[in-house]
Design a protein. Structure first.
Length: 326
């Protein structure tokens, strides 16, 4: 299950950035509860929790007396807590130190998502009140009459509510440009559509090319666009054409649409030439931020020069988020 959590986080990161926070946290992101003596309920310090991208940060500060050892358990249900001596996170406090820290991986909770989850903590500190911190024992046991226990929030458990802020990546239309020559859609006089992109000519086989995939190249101006990946094109004798999208770091594919054929442009549903990606004969939807995608076409009629159009919907943090057209 821990491996599954890692996979889910990796896929989500390709399309969105998730920031965790704790409900009711202070300006520094901390949720703090008092550390109370078990015998008198007197406050002897604080236990504080914050959350980062991959771990909970737990700090325990003893302001009255001195800590000997601190144990911490975290889980999604109080019923899952073991006996205190088996708590998985334990620190023996160095002499004269009033504060100890724990870094608890989020993956230790073994759940698919932490968003809107109530997470339970149990923090127990064994403390002593010696005349000098040098007299703090190395451990508390049944013979340590001066040791007392203190609990976060004065009881065995307290909870924090994890919230998520999801920042969707910007997405844009992208087209590949390359080959022996490329023609901007806007330069095709007979075409009525006011849409940017390129149809690319390939020489007779065998040949191979590496196209640049441009996002946000309005009016076909690559000077104001973002290069988001490469289209690897292979045209073999016998009419087999392979198109492979390979994205640059930080960008992912949501959709791909492509055309391969002997005509300058594909034909739309009305039988007229079209550049609308939604009408291209090759398409893959719901790619979920994939880093690669591939189309393979085998057409024996492709023996001479042919044309390729390769479109994608690409998402990434550096894109401006202009409208995606299909």
């Amino acid at each position: 299950m821990r491996a599954l959590l890692g996979i889910l986080l990796l896929v989500a990161a390709a399309a969105a950035a998730t920031t965790f926070r704790l409900d009711g946290a202070d300006p520094e992101g901390l949720v703090c509860v008092p550390l109370l003596r078990e015998d008198t309920q007197a406050a002897v310090g604080t236990a504080c929790v914050s959350i980062g991208p991959t771990a909970f940060n737990v700090s325990v500060t003893v302001t009255a007396c001195m800590p000997v050892s601190v144990r911490v358990w975290v889980g999604l249900s109080q019923d899952a807590a073991p006996v205190q001596r088996l708590y998985p996170f334990k620190v023996t406090a160095p002499p004269c130190r009033e504060k100890v820290w724990f870094l608890i991986p989020l993956s230790s909770l073994e759940c698919d998502t932490l968003c809107d989850q109530l997470v339970w903590f149990s923090v127990r500190a064994d403390i002593v009140c010696p005349a000098s911190c040098e007299l703090v024992p190395k451990a508390c046991d049944e013979s340590s009459m001066d040791c007392v226990s203190a609990w976060g929030n004065g009881c065995q458990f307290f909870s924090v509510h994890v919230l998520c802020d999801v920042q969707q990546d910007h997405c844009e239309t992208a087209f590949a440009k390359g080959g022996a020559s490329s023609t901007c859609f806007l330069d095709i006089g007979t075409l009525k559509a006011n849409r940017w992109g390129w149809t690319n000519r390939l020489r007779a086989p065998p040949c191979s090319y590496s196209f640049v995939i441009w996002a946000g190249a309005g009016r076909c101006k690559t000077s104001s666009a973002t290069a988001v990946g490469t289209l690897r094109v292979s045209y073999a004798s016998g009419g087999t054409v392979t198109l492979q999208y390979v994205m640059s770091a930080g960008y992912g594919l949501q959709e791909t649409h492509a055309y391969v054929g002997v005509n300058f442009l594909p034909l739309g549903q009305n039988g007229e030439p079209t550049v609308a990606p939604g009408q291209y004969p090759l398409s893959h939807e719901s790619l979920g931020g994939a880093l690669t995608d591939k189309f393979t076409v085998h057409d024996p009629s492709c023996t001479g020069q042919i044309y390729v159009i390769a479109h994608a919907v690409v998402c990434g943090g550096k894109l401006r988020g202009e409208p995606v057209e299909n």
